[in-house]
Structures are given as structure tokens and as C-alpha cells.
Design a protein around this ligand. Structure first.
Ligand SMILES: C[S@@+](CC[C@H](N)C(=O)[O-])C[C@H]1O[C@@H](n2cnc3c(N)ncnc32)[C@H](O)[C@@H]1O
Length: 469
């Protein structure tokens, strides 16, 4: 699907992302759930629950086939990051690994739909941020990490937390480009200190920089003052004609005027403490809503007018409103049906007076996937997820590429049920070759006899399975 701008999808973002064309989006910004281990709720003006989302993660939140997909050869780096997260979790289905698998399968799609000049900007806190940074390194390549920004969101109430740990006030903003063709637009913020701009004339405030420069070799008389100057006489005359030179005292040296109105401001670095957390917005509040100014900066930094911005976890669509204000095309996706109601309301409240609210398209059906995956491959992925890469025949962990789909009851029996999925399993290539047209029982006996498996493993497996002779 080529995405129709000004659209909000009320849907899980994965099927929608799968239906978006390759290399068609300029910026993906995402502010996903942070694995905060709680459920977020917002209330409307009458105190009723208006929007909520769950941010607790277990294996039940992920499709086991994703594991197999992530384990395939082309995702080898990503898979090794995920195995590390699993080791750190100390559990095969811990909350961090479940969260990272959930995010990884979606981030792969986001990477696919970005144009070569595009960027992905992911916002998270310090709990899952570092994990996601490694996931992004594995998907984008570490050389495509443009910046990590710390946004000081300045917590309002510190409450009890200050008794146990330092108050946590930062979000991290991970900024990756798709390739070296990426467009980056430097950003400037207003000066905090204008004390340099000491002088003022009819064109406004300015600061003055002396034009005399000892040792420059450009010695000449200019308007009755003989000095070594910092530029040629012709250039001095030009500046003078433009009204840009001034003498601060009669007969004194010449200075160049630098007007505040010509200054871009202070170049924004990777520590942002000039944007406060979002203030409550009457009638359109939403849990974890981000400030409009933050999104305006991110969009201005990474895109030009008419570019397409996509937010796959759009909430009350701060990104969509900011994109509209800045003249960019936008698409938002959220599970919550509140998103589409709120974005329309916010456009009314937050667009500048002279801007008309756009017509918002609402969709609930995901488009057809661009790259379909065969049912054979999906079955292998599912089985790989279920066995966690462990070959039942030898008990060893094997990469996805070393595993084959095997018929438990061999094909040669001619039994018509052998093609059912229940008769299929994964075996590592070595066990599959050893088994050949024999039964599983025979393979296990052979593996025990040849010292490939221990008696303990043999007994455990044979007790848990009912394999025919
Ligand atoms: C942190 S909030 C985003 C807030 C948003 N940046 C704003 O300013 O309003 C995360 C959002 O992700 C949504 N969400 C969670 N899982 C999702 C999924 N699989 N697909 C689409 N949206 C999802 C939740 O409903 C929630 O609105």
C-alpha cells in the first residue's frame, strides 16, 4: 500500500506496517510502551476513563512464530542481541525478552518502509532504552546511529521515589538514519542570555565586533581612521554602504553590527532541557502524551515540507498534529480507538488560527502484506519458537538455518496423515540425516548408543513423548 496521508489506523501496528510499501516513509517516530509494568489510564473531564493501555509484558503478548522469524539467518545479529536479553532476564519468557521480541518484529518492518534518506526516532526511558539501542544497532547497523538525545522531561511530582533512588527525569531519544543519504537539518533554540546584544538602533538589538586587526597586513585609512583592518578596503566600503559599520565613539575604531534578528539562535545539541513535559490539555488528555514542541523539533530535524511522517504508536497523535503544523504528510496507528477522536479534537485546539483542520481518514482494516511469508516457512518459524532452537533428537541448541522440518512418522509409510502439522517437528540437520526413514524411537536409540545423548536425556524425552515404533 502506498500510504494515504492524514490517515489514522485503529489497529495493532504490525499488520499495518506489513502492508506499507518498501522505502516509502521519510520519518518513523515512535514512543512505544516503555515496559513500565503498569497500565496507563487517562480520564475525561467528567472523571470517566477515556483512554488506557497496558504496559506489562509476558510471552502471551508475543506470537511464538516471531521467535523463529527473528532467528533466521538474515537477522543473525538481532537474534544474538535477543539471546543476550534472554540470558540477562534469566528466563525463557521473562518480561524484558517478551518486550524486546514484540518491538524487534515491528522495528524490522519500520526499517523496511523507510526511504534511503529517511530516519527513525525512538523515544524510551532508561529501563528498556539501552536494550532497544542494541536492537536498533543490530537492525540499522551501528554506523547509522546519528545521535542519542537525553530529553530532560523534568518530573513534576517526585513523591516517594526520592527516598529510594534518584528521581528519574530523562527520556532517551535514539535517532537512526536508514543510510548515509539521510537529510539532517540542524536546529536552533532561542538565546538564554542576550547580554551580548548591548546596542540597539532602528533595526533592532545588535552586538559589535571590532574591525581592527593588528598584523593583518591590511593597513589603510578608512573614513579618517588609519589602522590595520581585518578585511580589504573594498569590503569595508561595502559594509559601510550597507549600514553595518559603527563607531562607538566619535573618531574611534569601526565595529561591525551583528543583529539579533539575523542570528539563528543557539545550535541545539544532544541534551534537551528547554522543552517541558506536556501540560494537561483540557478535554484531550491522554496518558504519556508528549509535548508538541518536542515533536516539532524532531520532525524539523529530520524532514522537509511535504515529507511523510509515520507514528506507529501514535496515542493522542502529537506527532500527527506537529506534522500538520509543519506542513508534512502524516499517518498514525494506535490500538486505541480514542486516538482518532483525540487527533481531530487536537487539530481544532492546537493548529494555528489560520490553518484549517485536515479531513482525517480513519481505517480499521490493515492493508494486504507487501511481502507474504509461505505457510511452510511460518510453520518452521513457529516450531523453532516452540522448541527454542533445541533439537529434540540430540538436545543441542542449533541456529534456525541448521534446522529442518522432519516428518515424525516417515513419509515412506504412505500414511495419509503424515502431512498434518502434528506429524511435523524440527530436527537439526545431523539428526535428520541420521534418522532418514527410521522412526524417532530408532533415532533416539541410535543417539544413545553412539554417545550423542545421555541416558538421562533419553529417559526424559522418551517419557514425555509417545512415538510409534
Ligand atoms: C506511550 S503512548 C504514545 C503517546 C503519544 N506519543 C502521544 O503523544 O500521545 C503508547 C501508545 O501505543 C499504543 N500501542 C501499544 N501497543 C500498540 C500496538 N501494537 N499497535 C498500535 N498501538 C499500540 C497504546 O495504545 C498507546 O496509545
Amino acid at each position: 500500500m502506498s500510504v494515504k496521508p492524514s490517515t489514522i489506523f485503529i489497529s495493532d501496528n504490525l499488520p499495518v506496517l506489513r502492508g506499507i510499501e518498501d522505502a516509502s516513509v521519510d520519518l518513523v517516530y515512535l514512543d512505544p510502551p516503555y515496559n513500565s509494568n503498569k497500565s496507563w489510564v487517562a480520564f475525561d473531564d467528567d472523571g470517566n476513563v477515556s483512554a488506557h493501555f497496558k504496559d506489562t509484558w509476558t510471552l502471551a503478548d508475543i506470537d511464538i512464530a516471531w521467535w523463529g522469524r527473528l532467528a533466521s539467518k538474515k537477522n543473525a545479529k538481532l537474534y544474538s542481541v535477543l539471546r543476550t536479553v534472554q540470558d540477562l532476564d534469566g528466563s525463557r519468557n521473562g518480561k524484558n525478552i517478551s518486550y524486546c521480541v514484540y518491538m524487534s518484529i515491528r522495528l524490522l518492518e519500520m526499517h523496511r518502509i523507510l526511504k534511503p534518506s529517511g530516519a527513525l526516532v525512538l523515544q524510551c526511558d532508561d529501563v528498556m532504552g539501552p536494550h532497544l539501542r542494541f536492537v536498533l544497532d543490530a537492525i540499522f547497523g551501528p554506523k547509522n546511529m546519528v545521535n542519542v538525545v537525553a530529553w530532560n522531561r523534568k518530573p513534576k511530582g517526585v513523591g516517594n521515589i526520592a527516598k529510594k533512588q534518584l528521581p528519574r527525569s530523562f527520556d532517551y531519544i535514539y535517532y537512526y538514519r536508514k543510510s548515509a543519504k539521510h537529510k539532517f537539518r540542524p536546529q536552533y533554540r532561542e538565546y538564554d542570555d542576550l547580554s551580548n546584544y548591548r546596542f540597539e538602533d532602528e533595526k533592532g538589538k545588535y552586538y559589535a565586533v571590532g574591525m581592527a586587526k593588528n598584523g593583518s597586513g591590511m593597513l589603510y585609512e578608512f573614513e579618517g581612521v588609519t589602522r590595520e583592518w581585518s578585511c580589504t578596503e573594498a569590503k569595508m566600503r561595502e559594509l559601510h554602504a550597507q549600514g553595518l559599520l559603527v563607531q562607538l565613539k566619535e573618531g574611534g575604531l569601526f565595529y561591525k553590527k551583528n543583529y539579533l534578528s539575523d542570528a539563528k539562535g543557539v545550535l541545539v545539541g544532544n541534551f534537551w532541557d528547554d522543552i517541558d513535559a506536556a501540560e494537561p490539555l483540557k478535554g484531550v488528555d491522554y496518558p504519556t502524551r508528549k509535548p508538541l514542541e518536542l515533536l516539532k523539533r524532531i520532525i524539523s530535524m529530520t524532514t522537509d515540507r511535504d515529507d511523510l511522517v509515520l507514528d506507529p504508536f501514535c496515542g493522542c497523535a502529537t506527532t500527527c498534529v506537529a506534522a500538520e503544523v509543519l506542513g508534512r504528510e502524516w499517518v498514525g496507528i494506535d490500538l486505541s480507538s480514542e486516538a482518532v477522536v483525540l487527533v481531530a479534537k487536537r487539530m481544532k485546539v492546537q493548529l494555528p488560527g489560520d490553518m484549517l483542520s485536515p479531513k482525517i481518514n480513519q481505517r480499521t482494516r490493515a492493508p494486504k502484506p507487501i511481502h507474504s511469508i509461505s505457510s511452510k516457512e511460518e510453520l518452521k518459524n513457529r516450531m523453532y519458537g516452540e522448541c527454542e532452537g533445541e533439537c529434540i533428537g540430540c538436545g543441542a541448541w542449533k541456529p534456525h538455518s541448521d534446522m529442518d522440518v522432519d516428518h515424525i512418522i516417515p513419509r515412506k509409510t504412505g500414511d495419509h496423515e503424515i502431512e498434518f502439522d502434528e506429524n511435523k517437528q524440527l530436527l537439526c540437520r545431523t539428526c535428520n540425516n541420521r534418522k532418514s526413514n527410521r522412526s524417532m524411537k530408532k533415532l533416539m536409540e541410535a543417539n544413545l548408543r553412539d554417545g550423542i545423548i545421555s541416558k538421562k536425556y533419553y529417559d526424559k524425552v522418551m517419557k514425555s513423548r509417545e512415538w510409534p515404533e
